[in-house]
Design a protein. Sequence first.
Length: 550
Amino acid sequence: MSKPITIVDSRGEPLRRARGEYPNGMPLASGVGRWYFPYQAAEWQTQEMGAWLPWIRSPDAEITQFRDRIVARARDQVRNDGRSSGGITRILDNTVGASLRLMAKPDYRALRYLSGAAFDMKWAAEFRSEVEARWRMYTNDLGRYNDVTRQLTVSQQLRLALRHKLVDGEALVVNYWMPERIGAGAARYATSYLVVDPDRLSNPMQMVDTKHLRGGVEIDDDGVPLAYHIRRAHQNDWYNAVESMEWERVLREDEDGWRRVIHDFERDRAGQNRGMSAFAPVLAHAKMLARYYGIELQAAALAATIGTYVTSPYDPSEVQDALGDDHELGFYQSLRSTWNEERPAMFNGARIPALAPGEDIKTVTAAHPHSGFVDFAHEMLGALATQFGVSIEQITGDWTRTTYSSARAALLESWKTLVRRRLEFSAGTATPMYAVWLREVMENGELPLPNGAPDYLEAETAYAACSWLGPARGWVDPVKEPQGSILKMDAALTTLEQEAAEQGFDWEEMLDQRQIEIEAFRRRDIPLPDWGGQELASRTDEPPEEPKAA
């Protein structure tokens, strides 16, 4: 006699049909043979939830094991899909643009508190002017000595680093001290940056993660990164096969506190040591949409290529039976071919097929793209836009469905995300790069400091305080929105610095330029425009300068 079969659940516990309780105390639903769950999200007996049983893992266990595969797919998607590539470009253009400009803002109050020295606004303005002038010469040096490879300006390095952060999930910059370049009489500073491909950050010999080594990041018991293990060449560079199997252990900071490595990525969970691509949540959607585009294009091209065909009432087997053997059938087909070749039918100079009795020409009506293609693609692209934090119009480049109100609302929402990305990237990459260079400048004694000023390392955060000017936000309506800015400034709800920064300008440079223009109007005895007249009318400290003779 066979034993009764016991049906068990995923935990190995027998299923019960009578009312009662699960061994762990969970009650059965009344009148049904299934367990009761207070949250539907915990269901495991439904069709939707039954096969959905993800594991709970640490962030490093989720990322490092599958990181290379995800990044390879994300790069392939960006390389070969215009929409995905365009989405990354929109973020770069609105976050870094062609230039990310430094606005030095040393915290003179904190410096005064720390040292008691005579730090004030006047000193801060002088310090800012000196620092920014030197930074511009350094970052835009025609010799590109700011770059280890001598190829990129600092703004181009920042744009490249942000692109890595978006596509690969992290930006990796290694700082080098290269005094030999100064000795050659070319470089002014020894500080130089190198943007490193994050693929090269990995455990030596591809070993598995350990307690203190996570995806190439060496940490201590508190989770503080101590060093980074970086390959000397990319793992798939066959021409650098030997170097690709050699790792360099680069300290995060040297013994004297000089910052060697800048590793910037967005943290989604506590305890995370490597970043994840911004494409990860929508990579499957983007790939399926790219395939859908290809299928629709192929179908349309095929329908256009096979535009016409000939139908005949004669079945080949029936014709053969009527004519006899294969020889007679071949003779029949030869006669048809000869007739078409020697007596072609022409219409307005174009040759048309000559048909045998009973034959007819049919045409193919292309049904592609499908009528719902545009709406479906628009909905799928909306998923990409949501993940990237930009408006769908910025992804598609199509503003035909957009009104002024909807365009302004969309751009305001996307602007919040873009500003957040800029601030996070500035704090994680741009400002640390500036701070490394600033230390060299201050140790060279090039900047004005009051008596009793603390050393740079004693107040690095206060000395290196700054903000960064990115691309202009722009206006949807260039009349209404500037008028709104004027009203806000008049009501003390904003400042000229804030309004100028949103449009990518330095407010002091704007005032300096306006002063130059007013003086140029006056020297030429040209009537001032309204804005110039209003500014002069408000000046009571000195009378207007008399126009000079030509």
